[in-house]
Design a binder for this molecule. Structure first.
Ligand SMILES: *[C@@H]1O[C@H](CO)[C@@H](O)[C@H](O)[C@H]1NC(C)=O
Ligand SMILES: *[C@@H]1O[C@H](CO)[C@@H](O)[C@H](O)[C@H]1NC(C)=O
Ligand SMILES: *[C@@H]1O[C@H](CO)[C@@H](O)[C@H](O)[C@H]1NC(C)=O
Ligand SMILES: *[C@@H]1O[C@H](CO)[C@@H](O)[C@H](O)[C@H]1NC(C)=O
Length: 214
């Protein structure tokens, strides 16, 4: 085989194995959610895929069995209540966070968590970290965002509660999620994936299977 041919094959092998997303691909994948569409986040969501950029985040994701999130606009129309309930094998943590609805008309916003209350199994924990949420465009029953603390961050992909149990469908999106992770500078070798059945802290994953649960 000629050297030229060998190096061409080598080049193709490299492109084939670690195809890094191009700038154009990243622009298509990592589109910030316009602030005018903020209402799309209201509702209840189940985390189906997530990665972090730090050991603390990896440890958390490694032990997580389910994460349920609710975004709700309060009646003042200025505050979004952001409630996250994380189930681990033998305890639950809940985050109660208030976000301010942006009042200026910038095209998109980073939402700052201006108050965070954390409870572990119902007991209030000391918590003094900051939080910032960036939202990205995604499919109609999906929520895609990053959550940044002062030290590390998460890339989080949610499905609307109700369409959260179709694990095969989730799998079909993993390649896109990995590409998005690369675009946003996240390693993706230790992802969290929802198993489709684990219950949430406060309710069953499949209420119809347990009629006594409301
Ligand atoms: C996750 O679980 C492992 C093994 O049980 C433990 O060593 C580690 O501290 C846990 N990490 C977190 C963040 O809870
Ligand atoms: C909030 O928005 C709704 C719908 O636009 C409106 O009916 C309501 O009066 C608003 N409430 C306040 C406190 O501004
Ligand atoms: C969020 O704001 C609401 C309404 O002002 C308030 O009742 C609630 O305690 C706040 N939550 C946190 C975690 O500060
Ligand atoms: C938050 O708490 C940690 C540990 O208790 C401490 O090291 C850090 O300085 C605190 N940060 C702030 C902003 O108070």
């Amino acid at each position: 085989m000629s050297i030229a041919k060998a190096s061409l094959l080598l080049l193709l092998a490299v492109i084939g194995s670690s195809a890094e997303p191009s700038v154009e691909e990243c622009q298509g994948l990592a589109k910030r959610l316009p602030s005018k569409d903020l209402h799309e986040i209201y509702g209840e969501w189940v985390l189906v895929w997530s990665v972090s950029d730090h050991d603390k985040g990896h440890g958390l994701l490694a032990n997580l069995t389910s994460s349920h999130v609710k975004f709700q606009l309060l009646t003042d129309n200025k505050t979004i209540e952001y409630t996250e309930k994380n189930a681990f094998s033998n305890f639950c943590t809940a985050y109660f966070i208030n976000l301010t609805v942006p009042s200026d008309d910038a095209e998109h916003h980073t939402l700052k968590c201006h108050s965070i209350r954390v409870e572990k199994d119902g007991v209030v924990q000391e918590y003094n970290d900051t939080g910032e949420v960036d939202l990205y465009e995604s499919c109609s029953d999906c929520l895609l965002m990053t959550y940044k603390t002062s030290e590390y961050k998460f890339l989080l992909s949610y499905k609307k509660e109700g369409s959260h149990r179709d694990v095969e469908q989730h799998k079909a999106t993993h390649d896109d999620h990995k590409k998005l992770a690369e675009c946003l500078g996240f390693p993706h070798d230790k992802p969290y994936t929802y198993d489709g059945v684990s219950d949430f802290c406060h309710k069953k994953s499949a209420p119809e299977a347990n009629p006594e649960q409301s």
